[in-house]
Each structure stands twice: as C-alpha cells, then as structure tokens.
Design a protein around this ligand. Structure first.
Ligand SMILES: Cc1cc2nc3c(=O)[nH]c(=O)nc-3n(C[C@H](O)[C@H](O)[C@H](O)COP(=O)(O)OP(=O)(O)OC[C@H]3O[C@@H](n4cnc5c(N)ncnc54)[C@H](O)[C@@H]3O)c2cc1C
Length: 376
C-alpha cells in the first residue's frame, strides 16, 4: 500500500497530501483548476487546528504570516458585549490567517510532482483491489486507495453515497478584506455582532489585513441588489456599531465575496472499501463555529496516521472514520444550531437570545473551550 490518489487540492487535499508524504506514502493530488488558488478571505485556526500545523512542522511559519488572536467576543448589533471568550488559554495559539497564506504554506512542503492541475475527476472503478480514477481529459490513473477532498459538491462522495444535493440553510454571506483598522477594534479580538436575521464579524489577519464577514437570511442564489453589493451592505448595516459601516466603506467592492451557505445532514459510513472522504466532501458544515477548514486539517492528520498504522487501506479507512465521525457529526449539528440562532428576526426573540447569551456566558465559553481543546 503506497500510492494514494487524492481528488481536490483545497485546504483538505493539500493537508492530506502533506500528512501522507510525511508518513512515507506517495500521494498524488488531482485538482480541477489550472492554478492553485484560494478565495480572498480569512480564517481562524483554533488550537485544535494549530495542533495539526504543529505536528506537520508548520506552526512557526503560520505564526509569522498570521496574527495571534486572544479573545472571541459576541456583542449586540450596537456593540454591547454579550459574551467574551478567552481563547488563548491553551498550550497552542489561535491564529487569524489569510486562506491563501494557509494554502500556500501547506503546498510549499508537498513535492511539486505530487500535484497535477487541470484534471477534473469523473468516476472510478475497482479492479483487483486497485482503484482506477478517470478524468474528463481522458486520463486515467491507478492507486491503492483514493481520498475524495473535492469539497461540498464532491463527485467522489456522489459516486459512493449517491448524488443528493447539499441543503441550503437560508443564509447568504459576504466576506471582505481591507487594510483599514476600524477605530473600535480591540487588538487580538474576533468581534461579532448579532442583530435581527443578520450578523457581522471582523478579525485581524497577518500583514495588517482586516477580514470581515456578514451573514443575513436570504433566498437561495439571491443576486446582488441593483445598487451593488457594497452599497447594499452599507445600507443594511448603517446603524450598527460604528466599526462596521467604517469597514464596509473602506473595502473595495472587488474585495467583497458572496457565498450561499449549505451543509449536509451527517451520514455514516462515508468510506467504501479503499475509498474515503475528508473535509467538506465528508462533513460540510455551516461556518458558525469556524471549524470547516480546521476539521479538514484534523481529518488529514488522522487519515495519514491510520494508514501508517494499518497497511490495509480498508481497515485504515474504517478506523479513520470511527475516529472522525463522532466529532465532526457533533460540530455539524452545533454549527447548524448556532446558525439558527442567527435566523431570529423578531425583536423580542432577538432580545431574549441576547439575554440568554449574557446569562449563559460561562457555558458558551466552556463549549468553545472543549471544541478547541480536542487534540487529534
Ligand atoms: C463564508 C464561509 C466562511 C468560512 N469560515 C471558516 C473559518 O473561519 N474557519 C474554518 O475552519 N472554516 C471556515 N469555512 C469552511 C471552509 O472554507 C471549508 O470547510 C474548507 O475550505 C473545506 O476545505 P476542503 O479542502 O474540504 O474543500 P474545498 O476548499 O471546497 O476544496 C475542494 C477542492 O476540490 C476541487 N475539486 C472539486 N471537484 C473536483 C473534481 N471533480 N476534480 C478535481 N478537483 C475537484 C476544487 O477545485 C477545490 O480546490 C468557511 C466557509 C464559508 C462558506
């Protein structure tokens, strides 16, 4: 057992390739895009994810290109603090990082011959314990095992589990990047603001970049307002905490991305013999807990560890899934519940939610801490 085919070169595929090559395997990643790219947005790497970077020998470099984050603060839309979670109490730091920086950090350590760009995976066949993967270009390759790291609309998942579409969760998001640091920013903080059916958050990344995100209830595939997405956001958040309109105004319209939010109900098994899934292909989740990419890093590390311990990929993938399924199922559910809290539109319900958050502050802190305390 040596040659592992990985479909998809996002954060999950890159981390899996790195973890496998460090464990002595020959992974080859097939990525459909012609160049490696990540969206212009940030990400928080909580202690459970910086633990993986530490194990892969990347933590010091991540600290250099990222920003050390200490607190996760929830506020009302006008900036009244509801909960303040200290997130720097672990042996490992929390890092705010640009997604492209994280992606490059992972890829820089993977030998270039292990990445094939511009190949769209279509299907597989099993012949004598080997997996044959077929691509749109007509190319086919053979491996001892195949790992689908091909994201929310994974073709590998569709081939082994059926082609159900992901579930739209009634939220549209906007993500922006700017060099402007707003006057109300607390250094080291991730600051989130919760209102009626919408929310806003911002945090510092490395190299002086501020990353912000907004979410609001919306119908699926809702297009930008005629006034354009920047003006629409300025209108939506005009009377919120002053840093919010300040950040929107300081951001170039070209640096504002929109994404609809989907997940899938947890399912098991997600492996079939010598084929398995990692990251969003296995357990896509709403971004409410900020754990999608973090759990993809955990998956990558654990799947490589299992393959190293068990020469038979079928047994290794069963072990991997039994280790990963309980944790990821719980986070998918928690992310959905937390997303639903943001759906509240009635001012009375929003007032009750905010009071609940204030009263339950220490329970909320404990729940984040136990999520981040996990060491894969
Ligand atoms: C608004 C928003 C905010 C988020 N914020 C956070 C956060 O703060 N923290 C966090 O941890 N997570 C966050 N996430 C989640 C995170 O982005 C994902 O969980 C993570 O990117 C999943 O990585 P992946 O490698 O599994 O999938 P992807 O990043 O989707 O990568 C899949 C790759 O597979 C390739 N591919 C797809 N199909 C094929 C094919 N047929 N053949 C070949 N290649 C293929 C794609 O081109 C892509 O490169 C957020 C998500 C959203 C939408």
């Amino acid at each position: 057992m040596n040659r592992v085919i990985i479909i998809g070169g996002g954060i999950g595929g890159a981390a899996t390739a790195l973890a496998l090559s460090r464990a002595g395997f020959e992974p080859v990643v097939y990525e459909r895009t012609k160049g490696l790219r990540e969206v212009g947005a940030g990400i928080a790497l909580w202690a459970n994810a910086t633990h993986i970077l530490n194990n892969l020998g990347l933590l010091e470099e991540a600290k250099q290109v990222g920003y050390l984050t200490t607190n996760y603060q929830f506020n009302s839309q006008h900036g009244k603090e509801l909960v303040n979670v200290a997130i720097n109490g672990f042996e490992l730091p929390v890092i705010g990082i640009h997604r492209a920086e994280l992606h490059q950090l992972l890829w820089r350590k993977v030998p270039s011959e292990n990445l094939i760009l511009g190949e769209i995976f279509e299907r597989f066949e099993r012949k004598n314990n080997q997996v044959h993967a077929y691509f749109a270009s007509g190319m086919s390759v053979e491996g001892d095992a195949l790992i689908g790291a091909d994201g929310l609309r994974s073709r590998v998942r569709a081939a082994i589990l059926g082609d159900e579409p992901p579930t739209y969760r009634n939220f549209k998001t906007w993500r922006g990047l700017t060099n402007h640091v707003p006057s109300g920013y607390h250094p080291g903080y991730i600051q989130e603001f919760l209102g009626c059916g919408k929310g806003f958050g911002f945090m510092m990344l490395g190299k002086g970049k501020m990353y912000w995100y907004a979410a609001a209830t919306a119908i699926e595939a809702q297009s930008d307002a005629a006034m354009g997405r920047k003006k629409e956001l300025e209108t939506m958040y005009q009377d919120w905490f002053s840093s919010i309109p300040e950040l929107i105004t300081a951001t170039d319209e070209a640096n504002i991305l929109t994404t609809d939010l989907y997940d899938r109900p947890p399912i098991q098994p997600w492996s079939q013999q010598n084929i398995t899934l990692v990251g969003d292909a296995a357990h896509p989740m709403l971004p409410a807990m900020g754990q999608g990419a973090c759990t993809a890093l955990e998956d990558a590390y654990v799947v490589a560890k299992c393959l190293k311990e068990q020469p038979d990929p079928i047994a290794a993938f069963q072990q991997y899934e039994s280790l990963r399924s309980p944790r990821t199922q719980a986070i998918v559910k928690q992310s959905l519940q937390s997303g639903k809290m943001g759906e509240l539109k009635n001012p009375l319900a929003v007032g009750l939610r905010n009071t609940f958050m204030k009263v339950m502050g220490s329970a909320i802190s404990d729940s984040f801490k136990s999520l981040h305390a996990y060491r894969a």
